[in-house]
Structure formats: C-alpha cells, structure tokens
Design a binder for this molecule. Structure first.
Ligand code: NDP
Length: 248
C-alpha cells in the first residue's frame, strides 16, 4: 500500500475516459479517495460503482469545466464529503486539430474554454482550501504540444503552452502555503482524444499515427503515482514523456 496516496482526497476532472479514468482506477487501487468530475454522468456513475465494488471510495459529480460554478461545486463536494482536498488532477481537455485557415473559430473557443479556462477554474476552486490547509498538490496536464508547435496544431498547442505557463506561475506563487505543483506533458496516449477532430484528412492522419505509436493510459497513471508518492519536501514540477517510437 502506498503511504503517499492512501486516504488522500483526490479530485480528478475529465474522469469519464482516457487518462482521467485510468488514473482514477490506479489511484483507487492504491487507497485514494476520489471525487470525479466530467460531463458524461453515466460514465462517471459506472466508474464509481466499479471502484466501490473493489473496495474503493469515490463520488461522481457531473461537471462542465467551462462553468466556474460547476468546478467550485466539484471541489466543494470533496470538502463537504471527505473534509479536505489533497490533490487536484486538472486533466479535462479537448484536441481539435485544424489549419488556422479553416477558420474553425468555434473549435478554437472550445479548446481555449476547456483547456485554459477549465484549468484556471480548477486552480481557483482548490486554492482557498489548500492555502487554509497549508498543504495540497495541483497537477496540470499539458502535452508534447505544450513544448512544440505543429501545423494544424496552433490553437491546441497554444492552450497547452498556456497550461505550462500557468503552472510555472502557480509554482512560484504558492511556496508559503507548502503547496506542490506538477505539470505532466504526455506524447501520444491511446484515449478518446483524437475522436473530436472534425477535419477529415487531418483526423485520419493523427489517428493513424496514434494507431501505430500510442502507449496505454497506464503510462500516465504511473507518473501521477510517482509525483504524489514523493516525500512532502520534494516537488516534481515537470514531466515530459513520449512513446519510445514517437519522433515528434
Ligand atoms: P479523452 O478524450 O479520453 O478524455 C478527455 C476528458 O476530458 C473526458 O473525460 C471528457 O469528459 C473531459 N472533458 C472534455 N471537455 C470537458 C468539459 N467541458 N468539462 C468537463 N470535462 C470535459 O482524452 P485524454 O484522456 O487523452 O485527455 C486527458 C488530457 O490529456 C487532456 O487535457 C489532453 O489534452 C491531455 N493529453 C492527452 C494526450 C493523448 O495523447 N491522449 C497527449 C497529451 C495530453 P466528458 O466528455 O464526459 O465531459
């Protein structure tokens, strides 16, 4: 049993699929208490039932991270139900690759709202509690796209660069409250992420790349475990990882 994780109250956004769901299962098996947010309530309830069947403790809160009050309610559920919030995994995200010239401005708005504003709303919701506790750990999810910019990726890459900038700013501001901050930047991981690309050819190309190179979401869950499991005085700030076969 992991002492850095057992009985920690961990809020995960985007817990209904992919990295969030896999990490919820992984942390639950290590004894964490989970508060799970996403829009697809049916998926969250199935997940909670699964975790409980295996002896885990978890609660589902239907949450759209673009709505500040819903993110506040997610975190308040953690505090009201379990008395505290130890970790926020700010994971909800959306990737809709297209060339800027295609003028998919609604998709630009979606990515900015979910990836940037959603991340900020998560930070805003936990900070007052974590400052009062003088303990806490915020994990933000960037990407290789937060380190590189690719054609058709301008807006997604911009949002993931923003996540890294926000995380570094946060890191430098929360020392006096003893808070830890981690940014995890994955390469290609097999999830539903590529399902939301509406440009036919670009989507097909990216999905083909993922088919040949993507690794499983357990890769991410193990990294979250590593960051959480460090002694309190050690703050893992950034982890960038890729499938071994990924060149970009
Ligand atoms: P998935 O599409 O499988 O999961 C995305 C999650 O985000 C879902 O649970 C979805 O839940 C949630 N989400 C999307 N929009 C909202 C919203 N408005 N409010 C609340 N939740 C929302 O993809 P991944 O698991 O791969 O994505 C997780 C994170 O990892 C994202 O931030 C992504 O950018 C990042 N990432 C992923 C990589 C990959 O290759 N898979 C690589 C690098 C980074 P619901 O639809 O139910 O609301």
């Amino acid at each position: 049993m992991s002492h850095g994780i057992k009985d920690k109250v961990i809020v995960i956004t985007g817990a209904s699929s992919g990295l969030g769901e896999c990490t919820a299962r992984h942390l639950s098996a290590l004894g964490a208490t989970l508060v799970l947010g996403a829009r697809r309530a049916d998926r969250l309830h199935t997940l909670v039932a699964d975790l409980e069947k295996q002896g885990g403790k978890a609660v589902a809160v239907t949450t759209d991270v673009t709505q500040k009050v819903q993110v506040e309610a997610l975190v308040k559920t953690a505090v009201d139900t379990y008395g505290r919030v130890d970790v926020l995994l700010n994971n909800a995200g959306l990737m809709q690759q297209s060339m800027l010239g295609s003028l998919k401005t609604d998709e630009w708005d979606n990515m900015i709202d979910v990836n940037i504003k959603g991340t900020l709303y998560g930070i805003a919701a936990v900070l007052p509690y974590m400052k009062a506790q003088k303990s806490g750990h915020i994990i933000n999810v960037s990407s290789v796209a937060g380190h590189k910019v690719t054609p058709a990726g301008a807006v997604y890459c911009a949002t993931k660069h923003a996540v890294r900038a926000i995380s570094e700013g946060l890191r430098s501001e929360v020392k006096e409250w003893n808070l830890r901050t981690t940014t995890i930047s994955p390469g290609a991981v097999a999830t539903e992420l590529t399902d939301h690309i509406t440009e036919k050819e670009i989507g097909a190309g990216i999905r083909d790349f993922y088919k040949h190179h993507a690794v499983g979401p357990d890769s991410f869950a193990r990294i979250v475990e590593f960051a959480l499991n460090q002694p309190a005085e050690v703050d893992i700030n950034e982890i960038l990882y890729r499938p071994t076969s990924q060149q970009l």
